[in-house]
Ligand binder design. Structure first.
Ligand code: SF4
Length: 361
């Protein structure tokens, strides 16, 4: 049955997968979907409601905006208030609240903050405004970092000295090690992120599963893909095995995408990084290499913002990102905190768990 997966729109297959999952009668298990896009798809298709009560799906830290610590936003707010600066950012970052303000409220007050769809758009802005410093808020995982790397390479090649990035980029492997080894997380299986895996490859997960004895599946985003991966993980748990299935093999190769990784490695080097909910994870961040340090906007912050992550009062984003609770466990969910009045980043981002629950459940 598993080998049939990867097709979409096959209702018979989907129904048979649901029936097979509902036959699971083992112990209570928690399966973590690591990727924010999976969280959205699971909520959109109502997959949680199809599972038996002894199978629990919890969300992980796979939404880059959600895991960005508050001091990053504080730094971005500081930068946008500089007279000579234009901030360029993806839309999600605009709405994250920090102590009653956000980049959106700053924009309304006249700060020059522009929404872009690609980091490369920031280069156009920099070329059009040679008298300003254009800073791109670079927040992403392996899926988006290669394009940011290409942007920096292009800026260097064109001699654009008024372009910078503020990097909160992160890589998934170190976070997966932490999640797999943390007794507080207590996950029995993983649904691995499809897009990130296309870059880092499937081999990493095989080593991870072997090291920690936790099974997993790399999967796409259709209902049949997701259901198939859940069934695979349940079969592994039932049989006391911990292997990894690549159910997204059309996109994910064992070695990933070496060209994309090559671009990342050329521009960035590993650094320690603070993740909301997970704390500081050694080697899980990406900072610009010495050769490209002139593009690093952290130099403008120069230690004036303390590297501390503060959660808004009552917000449980940190626990949600660790799979320790669900949005419905937060007292503010759907009351004080909604997509229109978000309190935490998990309600802001289009890949945030709270936003997904609010929208679809
Ligand atoms: Fe934070 Fe809002 Fe989610 Fe509660 S519902 S955890 S306040 S984002």
């Amino acid at each position: 049955m598993i080998s049939q997966l990867g097709t979409s729109g096959n209702q018979t297959l989907t129904e048979s997968l649901v029936k097979a999952i509902q036959r699971y009668d083992g112990r209570l298990v928690s399966i973590m979907e690591v990727c924010g896009t999976h969280t959205m798809a699971i909520s959109r298709y109502g997959i949680r409601e199809l599972l038996p009560p002894n199978v629990r799906l919890v969300s992980g830290p796979g939404c880059p905006v959600c895991v960005t610590p508050s001091f990053y936003l504080k730094s971005a707010l500081e930068l946008c208030r500089r007279e000579d600066t234009i901030l360029a950012t993806f839309g999600d970052m605009m709405r994250i609240p920090y102590k009653g303000v956000s980049l959106l409220t700053e924009k309304a007050m006249g700060r020059d903050i522009r929404m872009v769809y690609s980091p490369l758009d920031s280069l156009d802005i920099a070329r059009q405004h040679p008298d300003k410093t254009v800073i791109f808020l670079s927040v992403g995982f392996e899926t988006t970092v290669p394009v940011t790397a290409i942007t920096v390479l292009e800026a260097a090649q064109q001699g654009l000295d008024n372009f910078m990035i503020l990097s909160a980029n992160k890589t998934i492997p170190a976070a997966m090690h932490l999640l797999s080894s943390d007794p507080e997380v207590a996950v029995d299986g993983f649904l691995y992120p499809g897009h990130v895996s296309a870059v880092i490859g499937s081999s990493f997960y095989e080593e991870l599963a072997k090291a920690y004895g936790i099974p997993g599946a790399i999967t796409g985003f259709d209902p049949a893909d997701i259901l198939g991966s859940i069934l695979y993980v349940l079969e592994q748990i039932r049989d006391n095995k911990a292997t990894v299935a690549n159910l997204y093999s059309m996109v994910v190769q064992p070695g990933g995408n070496p060209i994309a990784r090559g671009k990342m490695d050329e521009v960035f080097e590993p650094s320690d990084a603070v993740w909301r909910g997970l704390g500081q994870i050694p080697g899980s961040g990406l900072r610009l290499r010495e050769k490209y340090r002139s593009f690093d906007a952290w130099g403008l912050i120069n230690g004036s913002v303390e590297e501390r992550d503060e959660e808004a009062g009552g917000c449980r984003c940190g626990d949600i990102l660790k799979g320790k609770c669900l949005p419905s466990d937060c007292k503010l969910f759907g009351k004080a905190c909604t997509p229109e009045t978000p309190i935490g980043s998990c309600m802001v981002s289009s890949e945030g768990t709270c936003a997904a629950y609010y929208r679809y459940q």
